[in-house]
Design a protein around this ligand. Sequence first.
Ligand code: NAD
Ligand code: AHE
Ligand code: ZN
Length: 371
Amino acid sequence: MTPMKTRAAVAFEAKRPLEIVELDLEGPKAGEVLVEIMATGICHTDAYTLDGLDSEGLFPSVLGHEGAGIVREIGAGVTSVAVGDHVIPLYTPECRQCKSCLSQKTNLCTAIRATQGKGVMPDGTTRFSYKGQPIFHYMGCSTFSNFTVLPEIAVANIRKDAPFDTSCYVGCGVTTGVGAVVNTAKVQVGDTVVVFGLGGIGLNVIQGAKLAGAKMIVGVDINPDREEWGRKFGMTHFANPKAVGDIVAHIVALTDGGADYSFDCTGNTDVMRQALECCHRGWGTSVVIGVAEAGKEIATRPFQLVTGRNWRGTAFGGARGRTDTPKIVDWYMDGMIQIDPMITHRLTLDEINTGFDLMHAGTSIRSVVIY
Ligand code: NAD
Ligand code: AHE
Ligand code: ZN
C-alpha cells in the first residue's frame, strides 16, 4: 500500500496547543480500513489527555475520538465494510469473539485494548509519522487527522443520509450519555434522576432520562448558564452547588429521600462522592461517567453502601460499538433524540485550539471540526 499524506492536529507535548501539520500515513494492513474523517467533535477527554491528566496519555499523538467519515480503502480480509461506506470510529470496538463480547455482560471488548492504550495498531506499529518519527494513535481513533487507519472491528457502519457534522457526536458524547441511562442504569418510567455536570455528556444523560420517562430530572452545575441548557432537553429542576450550600442535603430534600439514579459527568472525584451520597437509601444507584485525572481516587463511608446505595461506572454508555452505534444514529435521524442544538460551534481544523478554549471557558457544549 502506498503511503499518503494527511493534515492533522498533532499533540506534540502535553499542555501545548495542537499543531496543524502534514503527516505521513501508511495505508491499511490486513483487517484494517482507511477512513476519511469528515467531522470530529472535541470531547472533554481529549482536553484531559492534552492537559497531561491521562495516565495513558502519550506524546506526540493525534488525539480525537468522536468522528464520522467515509471508508476510502480496505485492507486484505476486510468483509464487514466496503469502500464508500459511512462509518463512526469506535474507541470501544466490538470483535464479537473475545471473552467479553461473548459474555454479553459488557461492551468492553478486549480484542485490541492493550495496543490501543499504547497508541499503536494491533500489530504494534503506528500508521502515522512526521519527518520519519512515529506519531502515536489515540484511543484507537485519532480523528483529529483528515485520514486515519482503524481496525475493521473499530468502525460502525451508519446510514448514508446522516450528516457527518452531527452524527460524529454519536461517536462519544451522545452514546455515552444516552447509553448510560438506557443500557447501564436502565432508568424506568417515573424514576428520579440527578445529573452532575451539564456539558456535552450530561445534557445527553438528561435527554436519555427524558426518553426513558423519568419523572424528575435534577441538573447540577457550577455554571449558571447550564440551567437554560438543561431545561431544553428535559431537566425539571436545577441546583448550583455554589448557591445552595450543602448539595447532598439539598438534593435529598428536593427528591424526597434521594435519587433513584445519579450520574457524574464532571470527572471530579469529590462530585462523584456527592452523586453517590444523594442517592436514595436502600436502592439508589450512582453511575460514574466522568474520567478522573491520574492519581485521583473515590471515597465514601462504607455505610453508604451498607445502607443500599450502589456505585458503578460506564464506558461509551455501555453501547456495543458496531451493533448499537448505528441504532443511536437512527434514533437521531428519526427525531427520538436531539443533536443539532448541542453543536454550538463549527470550526476548521486550523481553528481546533479555539474548540479547547471554548470548552475550558464553559461557552460551548460541543465544538465540531469540519474537514
Ligand atoms: P464538559 O466540559 O462539556 O462538561 C463538564 C460540565 O461539568 C460543565 O458544564 C462544568 O461546568 C461542570 N462541572 C465542572 N465541575 C463541576 C462541579 N464541581 N459540580 C458540578 N458541575 C461541574 O465535559 P464533557 O465532554 O461533558 O465530559 C464530561 C466528563 O465525562 C469528562 O470527565 C469526560 O472525560 C468524561 N467522559 C467519559 C466517557 C465515558 O465513556 N465514561 C465518555 C465521554 C466523556
Ligand atoms: N486513559 C484513562 C481512562 C480513560 C477512560 O476511562 N476512557 C473511557 C472513555 S472516555 C471517552 O471520552 C473508556 O472508554 N474507558 C474504558 C477503557 O477501556 O478505556 C486512564 O485512566 O488511564
Ligand atoms: Zn469522549
